[in-house]
Ligand binder design. Structure first.
Ligand code: 5AD
Ligand code: SF4
Length: 452
């Protein structure tokens, strides 16, 4: 496929961004070359998300814009990759001149062949899901990142079957990538100068490769490079291993930050959501996390207005969030998805304006909590990994603390990829403003902390 230029646009979660890097690698291997603007491409690929209706709407609108490009350039190929593929393959292929290729998340190795089929004048589809595919042997090509932080996918699919969620249908059954191939990728990233890796999966605590558990994988990762930091996303509250909490507490390069999706604050709602834990069990887990890992920062996912949600249940979500005091939360209004249990068995019966009002109450409360939590940071010292120049000003650098808080501070002579010790001097609900103290390292900074 030499000479062809490709452009990939990615929507959705970090998993999807990681997948685009695998697709990048497959196309480069095939002799194609990447371009950064759709207008210059021979092949445009849109890596899509189905998680909520508005994610899909965005993609449809974008495809309509590409249809205009296709009119101007008759040999332009447009493909839909990822989560929307299976759901809408018929619809998409039937719409004249909108999409030529549809490829599901387990069929990316097939893309070069599918592009050839299109050249022969056919529409090309492969949405087969696999029980084995983990792309373990493909080294992702990271073209859009900052060169400092990287995502590494450790498993694919999901077997949880939360009643609201389409992911088990779009991404298939859960399977883990061999531990050695993950560690090799981390070693390569370390050699390339990356300083932070986030291990990704739909449910990382069910990671399993023979005897190797997720806790073991995190431990082994931490040993690869003591100056490289590690995060992970997302674990499930139902089977969070204690062992992992102790490893995080012990290892200075495993970040004191856990994203632990609650989804709702009442046991009755959790049961309808098919989340196998109660409010009390979730709160116990949070207490345990906080007691084992001092200074832990927590984030969560919350859905407002799921089927049959009562005002009382909504209040319980607010009260759970208040009790935990999350440092960050991703908050959504429920959006009904075809094929899910909720679609088949329940009614999406919370009126739109009530969903909106509840969501906005949740967001407002969370912003207040974040502002308060961040204010408490004033005067504290943190080790920040510099990710680049601040969006607001070229004279400032930005990066994140171990606890995943965004920090901005004066540029001085720091560079991307440096660890800098800072002292927090001011804050908003989203950002800490800091005074840089000096360039440092994980070894130096945490040794001092241990003594103090
Ligand atoms: N509607 C709204 N939010 C959803 N999520 C998953 N499915 C839906 C849905 N149908 C949210 C959950 C999940 C996050 C990735 O997206 O909170 O954790
Ligand atoms: Fe990621 Fe889920 Fe969206 Fe797929 S549907 S891209 S798994 S968030």
């Amino acid at each position: 496929m030499a000479d062809k230029k490709f452009y990939i646009e990615t929507y959705g979660c970090q998993m999807n961004f990681a997948d685009s890097e695998i697709v990048n690698s497959i196309l480069l291997e095939d002799g194609m070359s990447p371009v950064h603007e759709a207008e210059q491409a021979d092949v445009i690929l849109v890596n899509t998300c189905s998680i909520r209706e508005n994610a899909e709407t965005k993609v449809w609108n974008r495809l309509k814009e590409f249809r205009q490009l296709k009119r101007e350039k008759s040999d332009l190929t447009v493909g839909v990759l990822g989560c929307m593929a299976e759901r809408i393959k018929d619809q998409i292929i039937e719409q004249e001149h909108l999409v030529d290729i549809v490829v599901g998340p387990d069929a990316y190795r097939d893309i070069p062949k599918l592009i050839e089929e299109v050249e022969d004048g056919r529409k090309a589809v492969n949405v087969l899901l696999s029980l084995e595919e983990t792309y373990a042997d493909i080294a992702p090509v990271r073209t859009t990142g900052n060169g400092v932080t990287a995502f590494v996918s450790i498993m694919r699919g999901c077997d949880n079957m939360c009643s609201f969620c389409v992911v088990p249908f779009t991404r298939g059954r859960e399977r883990s990538r061999p531990m050695e191939s993950i560690l090799n990728e981390i070693r390569q990233l370390s050699e390339q100068g990356y300083k932070e890796v986030t291990l990704l999966g739909q449910n990382v605590n069910s990671y399993k490769d023979g005897e190797n558990t997720f806790a073991k994988l995190m431990y082994e990762a931490s040993q690869v490079d003591p100056e490289m930091r590690f995060r992970f996303s997302s674990p499930h509250p139902k089977d969070f291993p204690d062992e992992l909490l102790h490893i995080i507490a012990e290892k200075p390069n495993l970040c004191n930050y856990i994203h632990i999706p609650a989804q709702a604050g009442s046991s009755s709602m959790l049961e309808r959501m098919r989340r196998p834990y109660t409010r009390e069990q979730y709160l116990e887990l949070v207490e345990k996390m906080k007691s084992i890992i001092p200074g832990l920062s927590l984030s969560t996912d919350i859905i407002a207005g799921f089927c049959d949600e009562t005002e009382e249940e909504h209040e319980q979500t607010l009260s759970l969030m208040k009790e935990v005091e999350y440092d960050l939360a991703y908050m959504f209004a429920y959006s009904e998805r075809e094929r899910t249990l909720a679609y088949r068995k329940f009614e999406d019966n919370v009126p739109e304006e009530i969903k909106k009002r509840r969501l906005s109450e949740i967001i407002t409360q969370q912003m207040d909590i974040q502002a308060k939590r961040n204010k408490e940071e004033i005067g504290r010292r943190h080790l920040v990994l510099v990710e680049g120049t601040s969006k607001r000003s070229d004279d400032q650098m930005s990066g994140r603390t171990d606890t995943n808080k965004m920090v901005v501070f004066d540029r001085m002579d720091f560079s991307k990829g440096d660890y800098v010790e800072v002292e927090v001097v001011d804050s908003t609900s989203a950002t800490l403003i800091a005074r840089p103290v000096k360039k440092s390292s994980i070894a130096e900074f945490y040794k001092k902390e241990a003594v103090a």
